[in-house]
Design a binder for this molecule. Structure first.
Ligand code: UD1
Ligand code: PEP
Length: 418
């Protein structure tokens, strides 16, 4: 078993650069199956989920390869299967992104329920309802879902909640449908906008991505392109929080300020100094941060993916913070583990009350989801003594060689096999 072993109490300081966003790379890699040609995606992070997506594309018959360390080339002209293997479906939530693209290009797709972080029920009803509205027939049997349509037909679609994944899946499917699709109550996350930019670069016609109404004019085919994805706002936020939590000073290059507004504002509210200039963000913390309250919300609200790492910072803040998780109903699994380290946190359904304590103490803890795992890393970096985090595979889904990046910033962290 692998563990991340951390000797805490050392400030995270220095300069680093952020890599491309997992949550942009995954739908964009899935979208390449709609292109009867070659796509080159640049600044792709080398993460477990990305490798699973590449494996799925290969099994469908695409030719997929790394070009250097950060670009992925996909030639989808040789796709011969529209069956997404069940074992790969279960490895991550983003496998669901194959639904729209395969259905739109080939008129047929068979897949099963996706896996991914266990942070709530995470149904796929919006995806399926939307595909039906685009004219797909859906058969669900023995755990398999088959979607088929001779040709998808554009349609008005209103989402019950601005789901990121459903907006992306439907936007992809609509790009190769006949006629116009209007998605109302669409998610406004930067990754939705980035996917739309990629699709536009392949010839799709999409307006309004990044607002709550997305209009897609379907077209008959998409062509190959080269596309650079946006920087990872969640990795940027995690690193800035690690620096603030350890009373360090960190500069992150290559970030997008406009993607981090709510997080940087909350950080400033704790008293942490935040300076931002174009794509460079610096945080400096030399005093105990103050407690703050926040609630997670769809973009441009506070991102649910940074709720857990921000909670880790607040465990040693001055005063009591109240955190409300409004996006996922079970995203407080890190709380039990933070308590093992001496944190004072009480959870009532979707609300956590965090009373700041002077210091956390190192302990053996277990990550059970990606960002909860990131919170345990931040806590381990802050804590007195040694912390060992297991469940590292969850952290590896979203952070590339995290121990190397943190070591370069002064942390004493190593990956050990026990
Ligand atoms: C790969 C990726 O981009 N993952 C992100 C994506 O996940 P994901 O796309 O899965 O998240 P959604 O925005 O779809 O989920 C938001 C809420 O809608 C619910 N829902 C969603 C779809 C559906 O068909 N039915 C339904 O009820 C979910 O259970 C959840 O409560 O957005 C989340 C919210 O910002 C982030 O935490 C994830 O990191
Ligand atoms: C929840 C996340 O990922 P996924 O949707 O892939 O499970 C995440 O990135 O925090």
């Amino acid at each position: 078993m692998e563990l991340l072993r951390i000797q805490g109490g050392i400030p995270i300081s220095g300069e680093t650069r952020v890599y491309g966003a997992k949550n942009a790379a995954l739908p964009i890699l899935a979208a390449t199956v709609m292109v009867a040609g070659t796509s080159v995606i640049e600044d792709v992070p080398d993460l477990e989920d990305v490798r699973v997506m590449m494996q799925i594309l290969e099994q469908l018959g695409a030719r997929v390869r790394w070009q250097g360390a950060t670009s992925v080339e996909v030639d989808a002209s040789s796709i011969h299967s529209t069956n997404v293997p069940a074992d790969l479906m279960q490895r991550m939530r983003s496998s669901i992104f194959l639904m729209g693209p395969l259905l739109a290009r080939f008129g047929d797709v068979t897949l099963s329920k996706p896996g991914g972080c266990v942070i709530g029920q995470r149904p796929i009803d919006f995806h399926l309802r939307g595909m039906r509205q685009l004219g797909a027939k859906i058969d669900e049997q023995h755990g398999y879902i088959r979607c088929s349509a001779r040709r998808l037909i554009g349609s008005p679609i209103t989402l019950d909640f601005p789901s990121v994944g459903a907006t992306e899946n439907l936007m992809m499917a609509a790009s190769l449908a006949d006629g116009v699709t209007v998605i109302e109550n669409a998610a406004r996350e930067p990754e939705v906008e980035d996917l739309a930019q990629f699709l536009r670069a392949t010839g799709a016609s999409i307006e309004g991505a990044g607002t709550d109404t997305v209009v897609v004019h379907g077209c008959s085919h998409l062509h190959g392109t080269e596309y650079r994805i946006i920087p990872d706002r969640i990795v940027t936020g995690t690193l800035l929080l690690a620096a603030a939590a350890t009373r360090g000073e960190l500069t992150v290059h290559g970030a997008r300020l406009d993607h981090l507004g709510a997080v940087l504002q909350k950080l400033r509210d704790t008293g942490v100094r935040v300076q931002a200039d174009r794509d460079i963000i610096t945080v400096k913390c030399d005093e105990t941060p103050s407690a703050v309250d926040f609630r997670t919300a769809p973009f441009p609200g506070f991102p649910t993916d940074l709720q857990a790492p921000f909670m880790a910072l607040l465990t040693t803040a001055e005063g009591t913070s109240v955190i409300h998780e409004s996006v996922f109903e079970a995203r407080f699994k890190h709380v039990d583990e933070l308590q093992r380290m001496g944190a004072d946190v009480n959870v009532d359904l979707r609300t956590a009350v965090v009373r700041g304590v002077p210091m956390l103490s190192g302990a053996r803890v277990s990550a059970s989801d990606l960002r909860g795992g990131a919170a345990l890393l931040v806590a381990g970096l802050m804590a007195d003594g040694t912390t060992e985090v297991d469940g590292v595979k969850h952290i590896d889904r979203g952070y590339q060689a995290i121990e190397a990046q943190l070591s370069r910033l002064g942390a004493r962290i190593e990956r050990v096999t026990v």
